[in-house]
Ligand binder design. Structure first.
Ligand SMILES: [Zn+2]
Length: 448
């Protein structure tokens, strides 16, 4: 019998879309299952041009944008596809974290396949589902306990919390009959929970892994500065200091650490922090939960307010936050006492908000990798039109390339597989064998 193998069905030469299949004899376990927003995806689907909800797998298979794995998809998701429904042949799916490029295709998976995930990730998925249009389907959800192994036949999976730009992320140690693989998921060493990552790497080294499956987001050309959360905070303080006008900002909607950092900066500068209805819902959902930082809570924290963006109709989940919500008129006349978070898709609010010229706009997200990024161009057009001053202040959710090299050199696996990167060939840890994986090819987990 051949030994255990690992096959990459996504995350290959692309950032996101991880789909990692580990097989050991008859046992088959998937790690992450998110959409690939690769160039190939963009060649066929764009903005409102998306796969049909009635035949999603068919529409993705047409362009080879989702793997042709038998016994994985639900009967419903396979509707119309030339891949027949079969009873599950995948025995479990482990999720590293709640970002869309890792969890976004859960909805298509057979409802009989159990999904293992951290409790905080489950909280986030529930929150995202309740306040948006994304669904994750119905599955047996098994909540993991840090450090407690889960056995799936020959395969034993040990979950370890790591730090990432969303709370509740896990990395995995995957023990098989022919060696141990370490899968990092997305992680960083410079964030507020860096000690989690350190512990994970310690546990990983202790296993003497034969395979390392690492994210490599920042391998290759890396325009990102290695800011820590603390650096972001002090730079934001500098922007707020002495600013006579409204301060605007934007960050990733589920980056709870960043929301807290920006809130605290606002509070200490005697400004109220004003968030969207969606952020208000998220903060309420995660408040007081053990795996999350201490967050400001709408309706309880005195210097936190909600911006009640005018809409024809509000969703049920938005209604509790409308009472006492601020409108554009209020923000316009009290700008110097406010720090308003505004997502890019809500930029038309600027037409009513009319921030004074030269008002700061704190852009707390990663810079685009490509110069031809249409979204970045549109953002720039809006900022220029309203004469806003952009301050790019962001701590990445990902390890820097030197940190990844140091990890690979320390773990000394037989093979290192860089995924979740556009530049796997640029990863050269000293003395290590790097395999730049091809999509759909099975590689041995073990070996010396
Ligand atoms: Zn992520």
């Amino acid at each position: 019998m051949p030994g255990a193998t690992v096959t990459f069905h996504g995350g290959v030469r692309e950032i996101g879309g991880n789909k990692v299949l580990v097989e050991d004899g008859p046992d088959r376990v998937l790690f992450d299952f998110g959409p690939s927003f690769s160039r190939r995806y963009d060649e066929f689907y764009l903005n409102f041009l998306q796969p049909r909800s009635t035949s999603p797998v068919k529409d993705l298979l047409e362009f080879d944008l989702i793997p042709r794995i038998p016994g994985l998809y639900s009967r419903e998701a396979l509707h119309g596809a030339d891949l027949a429904y079969e009873a599950p042949q995948i025995h479990a799916l482990f999720l590293t974290h709640a970002h869309f490029d890792h969890a976004g295709y859960l909805e298509y998976i057979d409802p009989d396949i159990p999904v293992h995930l951290g409790p905080d990730t489950k909280t986030l998925l529930d929150t995202i589902q309740a306040s948006g249009t994304v669904g994750y389907g119905i599955h047996p959800w098994n909540l993991l306990t840090a450090g407690t192994p889960v056995r799936i036949g020959n395969i034993e999976v040990v979950p370890h919390p790591v730090d990432h730009s969303i709370p509740g992320a896990y990395g995995y140690v995957i023990r098989t009959s022919s060696g141990t693989a370490v899968y990092t998921g997305d992680f960083r060493q410079h964030g507020p929970r860096a000690e989690l990552t350190e512990k994970f790497l310690g546990a990983a080294a202790h296993e003497g892994p034969t395979a390392l499956i690492t994210e490599g987001t920042r391998v290759g050309p890396d325009p990102r500065r290695n800011f820590s959360e603390q650096t972001v905070r002090s730079e934001v303080d500098r922007v707020l200091e002495g600013c006579p006008d409204l301060v605007l900002g934007t960050c990733y909607p589920r980056d709870v650490d960043r929301i807290v950092t920006l809130y605290e900066a606002a509070r200490d500068a005697d400004r109220a922090f004003v968030v969207s209805l969606k952020t208000a819902f998220l903060l309420t959902a995660v408040a007081g939960r053990p795996g999350f930082p201490k967050v400001p809570v709408p309706g309880q924290t005195p210097d936190l307010f909600v911006y009640g963006r005018p809409k024809r109709r509000y969703y049920k989940w938005e209604e509790p936050f409308l009472e006492g919500a601020l409108d554009a008129e209020y923000v316009r006349s009290n700008g110097r006492r406010l720090f308003l978070m505004l997502e890019m898709m809500h930029f038309p609010e600027l037409i009513d908000l009319r921030p004074p010229k030269e008002s700061p706009f704190i852009y707390s997200m990663s810079e685009p990798f490509s110069e031809e990024d249409l979204e970045a161009e549109v953002l720039q057009n809006w900022l220029e039109h309203f004469h806003l001053r952009k301050h790019s202040l962001h701590a990445s959710g990902h390890c820097s390339a030197p940190e990844l090299l140091a990890m690979a050199q320390h773990l000394r696996p037989t093979r290192t597989f860089p995924i979740h990167t556009e530049h796997p060939d640029d990863f050269h840890p000293k003395g290590a064998t790097v395999v730049s994986p091809e999509k759909g090819v099975a590689y041995p987990v073990g070996g010396t």
